[in-house]
Design a protein around this ligand. Structure first.
Ligand code: DOR
Ligand code: ZN
Length: 445
């Protein structure tokens, strides 16, 4: 038994009967001062609070590199408080809130506010993503250094929702980012190739009469940015990779030693453009749902590590922006509370009976360890071990639940998984030794 209780048997939290990484027999995890102090079977300690893990899998807390929380500006669809609740219930202990709010998070005043409000709510660390360009305008660089130096210590910048398509501006952003040791995350979409586009360009869009968004719009920017990052000696992160061609470009770039990383969303792993049949805008998202061959390539790439991690692109939208004709509906899908279940359904216990791409160690890698490393969070994505932060997620791997969009913690209800029965469920989330969610309920500060 690993033990660092130093003879003092009183601890703040005892997680009973959990299986680190789903391996071996159940053990207890004792926590004091936010740190794991002992792990072992049947620990004999007194605890302020005991939580029965019921033999569930315990993993490092999940880290989402791509969340839209809509505060400030669209608090009718999500706030930092409601989004934090969705995150904690989904097993997340850190999320990165994208900059496309209103006003845009392009100044330290804004990014520091987002961080402070997240800490006040206390359910999850809400790291603000700073805008790369002023107002997401794609014309002038925002003050990256001031945001990086602020209280929030911004470490990731993105114009997500929009692509930094001017190659000279992207080059400059990468050069500054290198100097500041921060990450540039690109929404890869060559805008000249997606004018009017609303669905993946392919036979399905043709049949339905929807203007097509070609794979080349994404892939041309991924290829270009890999080369710009190489020459700037900078790191670049590709948001929501969605095509098999992007996978091949990532494989090529990584083989060259280029510091490129990428994420895939749960929805691009599970859903394809056959969903568009009904013209229901809940299936409208940017980049669009692609073909089943793309889903297969994305799953294989995630298993192999060519795609580094899963990120939700949680994108709440109001009913009036979704319940309207497909062409004018806003793109985006809720994702925080369903991510783990979709990853299990596609990667751990594939519903189609295919071979698993990931075991629970693999889930820890793609949902927690890699995202924490990519963005440089020292206290997240750590091993489940004595002396490490008690920042953890407990999962019931045998659960099965039916998603009800109106039961999710988000204000908006645009979940494409509504009505689906999915495997596995987060039963508890622990942030620095404090329970933030348990048994489907959050515990704010
Ligand atoms: O579908 C999307 N929705 N893709 C994006 O890039 C932005 C996001 C949003 O903000 O709604
Ligand atoms: Zn995006």
């Amino acid at each position: 038994m690993a033990d660092a209780t130093d003879g003092d048997t009183r601890v703040s939290l005892l997680l009973r009967a959990v299986r680190p990484y789903g391996e071996g027999d159940p053990v207890d995890i004792a926590v004091r001062d936010g740190v794991i102090v002992a792990i072992g079977a049947g620990l004999d300690v007194e605890a302020d609070e005991v939580v029965d893990g019921a033999g569930g899998v315990v993993l490092p807390g999940f880290v989402d590199l791509h969340t839209h929380l809509r505060e400030p500006g669209r608090e009718d669809t999500e706030t930092i408080e409601t989004g934090s609740a969705a995150a904690a219930l989904g097993g997340y202990t850190a999320v990165f809130a994208m900059a496309n709010t209103d006003p845009v998070a392009d100044t330290a005043v804004l990014t520091d506010h987002v961080w402070a409000r997240g800490q006040q709510v206390g359910l999850v660390d809400v790291h603000p993503v700073g805008a790369i360009t002023v107002g997401l305008g794609g014309e002038r660089l925002a003050e990256l250094g001031a945001m990086a130096d602020g209280v929030a210590g911004v470490r990731m910048f993105s114009d997500d929702g929009k692509c930094v398509h001017d190659p000279l501006l992207m080059r400059r952003a990468l050069e500054y980012a290198r100097g500041l040791d921060v990450l540039i995350a690109q929404h890869a979409e060559e805008p000249r190739l997606t004018v009017g586009a609303i669905a993946h360009e392919g036979p399905q869009a043709s049949r339905l009469g929807l203007a097509g968004w070609p794979r080349s719009a994404e892939e041309s920017i991924v290829a270009r940015d890999a080369i710009l990052a190489r020459d700037a000696g900078a790191r670049v992160h590709i948001c929501h990779a969605s095509t098999s061609g992007t996978v091949e470009l990532l494989r090529w770039a990584k083989a060259q030693g280029i510091a490129i990383t990428a994420e895939v969303t749960p929805h691009h792993l599970l859903l394809d453009d056959s969903r568009l049949q009904t013209y229901d805008p809940v299936n409208k998202v940017n980049p669009p749902l692609r073909e089943s061959s793309d889903c297969a390539a994305l799953r294989a790439a995630l298993a192999e590590g060519v795609i580094d991690c899963v990120a939700t692109d949680h994108a709440p939208h109001a009913a009036q922006d979704k319940c309207c004709e497909f062409a004018v509906a806003r793109p985006g899908m809720l994702g925080l509370q369903t991510a783990l279940s979709v990853v299990v359904a596609t990667m751990v216990a594939p519903a189609d009976g295919g071979a698993p791409g990931l075991d629970w160690r693999g889930v820890a890698r793609v949902m927690s360890e890699r995202p924490a490393q990519i963005v440089g969070l020292p206290d997240q994505g750590r091993p489940v071990d004595v002396g490490e932060p008690a920042t953890l997620t407990v999962v019931d791997p045998d659960a099965s639940w039916t998603v009800r969009a109106d039961d999710l913690a988000s204000i908006a209800e645009n979940s494409p998984f509504d009505g689906m029965t999915l495997p596995a469920r987060v039963t508890a989330t622990v942030l620095r030794g404090r329970i933030t969610a348990f048994d489907g309920k959050v515990r704010p500060l």
